[in-house]
Design a binder for this molecule. Structure first.
Ligand SMILES: [Fe+2]
Ligand SMILES: [Fe+2]
Length: 288
């Protein structure tokens, strides 16, 4: 995995991010978000994670089929929360998978809303599953709740076999126009010691190129609900010590030092969601 950034990855194809785990998204420079669905294969079973939006359906399905997986092999869809960027193609997936035993895994707080995507499959709640599911082979996926980051029922999935944490919106980022996007993110040595207050679209003062850390921070400030909710989620990640973090937006992190940089920066934020809004409102009042 050491030369992953220099491997000249073909984003028109599915990308294998670990044994039997594929990124099945696509490079989308025009939208402000890259959406990252992932496919986990185990024996005859296939699981699709955060399958994507309605407009992305055909491209995601093409990627899945390029891995050699027929749609009917997909037995389970995992949705980490209920936003349209990950759930919008659910009716299309149900149609093409066409299995009576297709199941949807989420949390019951999400399932209330996921039903509105005209769902006909069985819907399971991670709480009732004991926060884990086991493949026929014994491979286990663990589900870790991250309440209010950003949905009430949001959670992450840890694949114990590969050590990949599918973190949904956490560790995500906005895409900056004209900035080069990489599926795998590495930070330079100087990022480790950077103490600047970073803002969306900012260039790095050392390299003068787009600062990805700034986009990650901006994303969490805007999308997450509060300091407390984000800190709770990040503390879960820190305790899990995942080998790789695969978010639903932005890039995949595969080096411990990069994961730690993001963890430390996000833990230090004090203006997330409603806390940032109230902070700004106080400032506005003081300046009158
Ligand atoms: Fe979301
Ligand atoms: Fe999202």
């Amino acid at each position: 995995m050491n030369n992953i950034l220099t491997d000249n990855l073909d984003y028109n194809r599915p990308i294998k991010i670990a044994e039997d785990v594929y990124w099945v998204g696509f490079n989308d420079p025009e939208r402000g978000l890259h959406c990252n669905p992932y496919l986990i294969l185990e024996g005859q079973e296939a699981i699709l994670i955060d399958g994507g939006s309605r407009p992305e359906f055909s491209r995601v399905m093409m990627k899945i089929m390029q891995t050699g997986v027929e749609p009917s092999r997909i037995s389970t869809l995992i949705y980490h929360h209920y936003d349209p960027d990950l759930c919008g193609s659910l009716p299309n997936l149900e149609d093409i998978i066409d299995r009576r035993d297709l199941r949807i895994i989420s949390q019951h707080e999400n399932n209330v809303f996921i039903r509105y995507y005209a769902v006909r499959s069985e819907m399971l709640c991670i709480k009732r599953m004991g926060y884990a599911m086991t493949f026929a082979s014994g491979r286990r996926l663990r589900f870790i709740p991250t309440p209010y980051s950003h949905a009430q029922g949001a959670f992450m999935t840890l694949d114990e076999k590969t050590g990949i944490l599918f973190s949904s919106d956490i560790f995500g980022s906005f895409h900056v126009e004209n900035a080069r996007w990489n599926l795998f993110q590495e930070f330079s040595q100087s990022c480790q010691h950077c103490t600047q207050a970073l803002h969306h679209g900012q260039h790095c003062t050392t390299t003068n190129i787009h600062c990805e850390l700034a986009s990650i921070i901006a994303f969490h400030r805007e999308i997450m609900t509060s300091n407390a909710a984000l800190r709770y989620a990040i503390q879960q990640i820190r305790a899990l010590k995942p080998r790789m973090i695969a978010p639903q937006h932005g890039s995949v992190f595969y080096r411990a030092q990069d994961i730690n940089i993001v963890i430390e920066r996000l833990l230090a934020l004090d203006d997330v969601g409603i806390d940032g809004f109230l902070q700004q409102e106080r400032r506005n009042l003081e300046s009158i």
